[in-house]
Design a protein around this ligand. Structure first.
Ligand code: PGA
Ligand code: ZN
Length: 425
């Protein structure tokens, strides 16, 4: 069978922070190949699948030689001769071979590299682009980009607690127009920061990382940039990733030198939504603070998209609990939080079935791989979060989407504000 796997080979490469990560190449008997690499987070959720690192002195403990060996010596012989077009079968074999909930034996990085490289090889074997392989003829919606133009939290060496200040050009007519709007606002923001005598160096996701007085100032500067670039806050909305697990300790949230309860934080966030054109808030509460999430959801579920990232970790069992308890209304999707393509597709399907929106997301440590761009179109996720308009590992994802939009031609759709929850926004 020519779609059978002939060879699988993994190697260690570097991510955008210079940290080692894994790249996997799958070769078929037909001669077709698939290559994929794996990203890595900095503000990782506690309940994510395990990223296997060597913990040896080289690369400050971050080398991934064991994960590479697990692919080359354990996974490759088992998948030899298996049909690459049967993604669920391949992923099930990987799950069984690992045998743990958290993928701790083989490493989620080893498993995901193989899973994604198989999908690429299969798309190539079928001679169709990856997004069409994943989504068929229905795959024609380009996502609204959430562009992270001011970086804070653990992604930047500044004093802002909130991790991501993003813009979403909901008033664009197409993805390419959204890109142009984002870029023009990004240029304008640079000029504003320079004029204010603030730093214009960028953080891990390519957004500026100035030291500011507080989180609201970051929002106000972005609104200024939107308007000075000749757009309105009807056309361009603001999305935040609070990443609050990072400043949550002993039941309290630590912001600007003060400790706040979950109900204080819910009030702070509600006030931000009232005062500014904010349409989406991610991880407004910490990953284990279900009570805080309930408070926040009661206040804001009808007014704002509430996204669970560290809360849900792309894991159906956590998403299910959230849905049962009416917590949040949107799920951030990160392939390496769960570790296989099949489980990721299942999580997306499950969330959508219950009316939750899905946002396909990069990690703060990325490679040049653009798999998530194809995934976002393939599953019609309608939203993507893949950083700012600088740093090639971020822009590569946007460039891939520009190409997909061109390929789709007249059938390409862009949902704008209708991509978001709640639908009355
Ligand atoms: P991470 O951050 O990739 O560093 O975990 C991204 C996010 O929190 O959305
Ligand atoms: Zn997040």
């Amino acid at each position: 069978m020519s779609s059978a796997i002939k060879n699988i080979h993994a190697r260690q490469i570097l991510d955008s922070r210079g940290n080692p990560t894994i790249e996997v190449e799958v070769v078929l008997f037909s001669g077709e190949k698939g290559v994929a690499s794996v990203p890595s987070g900095a503000s990782k959720g506690k309940y994510e699948a395990l990223e296997l690192r060597d913990n040896e002195p080289d690369f400050d403990g971050k080398s991934v030689n064991i994960a590479v060996d697990n692919v080359n010596k354990i996974i490759a012989p088992v998948l030899l001769n298996k049909d690459v077009t049967e993604q669920y079968n391949i992923d099930n074999i990987l799950l069984e071979l690992d045998g743990t909930q958290s993928k701790a034996n083989l490493g989620a990085n080893a498993i995901l590299g193989v899973s994604l490289a198989c999908a690429r090889a299969s798309a190539n074997y079928n001679e169709i682009p990856l997004y069409k392989y994943l989504g068929g003829i229905d795959a024609n919606i380009l996502p609204v980009p959430m562009m992270n133009i001011i970086n804070g939290g653990v992604h930047a060496d500044n004093n802002i607690e909130f991790q991501e200040f993003m813009i979403a050009p909901v008033g664009a007519k197409s993805f390419s127009e959204a890109m142009q709007m984002g870029v023009e606002i990004f240029y304008t923001l640079k000029k504003i920061l320079k004029k204010m005598g603030l730093s214009i160096s960028v953080g891990d996701e390519g957004g500026f990382a100035p030291s500011l007085n507080n989180n609201s100032e970051a929002i106000e500067i972005i609104i200024d940039a939107i308007e000075k670039a000749n757009y309105t806050t009807e056309q361009v909305k603001i999305c935040l990733d609070i990443a609050s697990s990072e400043f949550y300790n002993n039941g309290k949230y630590f912001i600007q030198g003060n400790y706040y309860s979950n109900s204080d934080l819910a009030e702070i966030l509600e006030n931000l939504v009232m005062d500014y054109p904010i349409i989406s808030i991610e991880d407004g509460m910490a990953q284990e603070d279900w009570e805080g999430w309930r408070l926040l959801s009661t206040r804001l579920n009808k007014k704002c998209q509430l996204v669970g990232d560290d809360l849900f970790v792309t894991n159906i069992s956590r998403i299910k609990k959230g849905i049962e308890e009416s917590i949040a209304n949107s799920v951030l999707i990160k392939l390496n939080q769960i570790g296989t393509l099949s489980e990721t597709l299942d999580a997306i399907c499950y969330a959508k079935n219950f009316g939750y929106t899905t946002i396909i997301s990069h990690r703060s440590g990325e490679t040049e791989d653009t798999f998530i761009s194809d995934l976002s179109v393939g599953v019609n996720s309608k939203q993507i979060k893949t950083g700012s308009l600088s740093r090639s590992e971020r822009v590569a994802k946007y460039n891939r989407l520009l190409k997909i939009e061109q390929q789709l031609g007249d059938s390409a759709k862009y949902f704008g504000i209708n991509a978001f929850n709640p639908k009355i926004l």
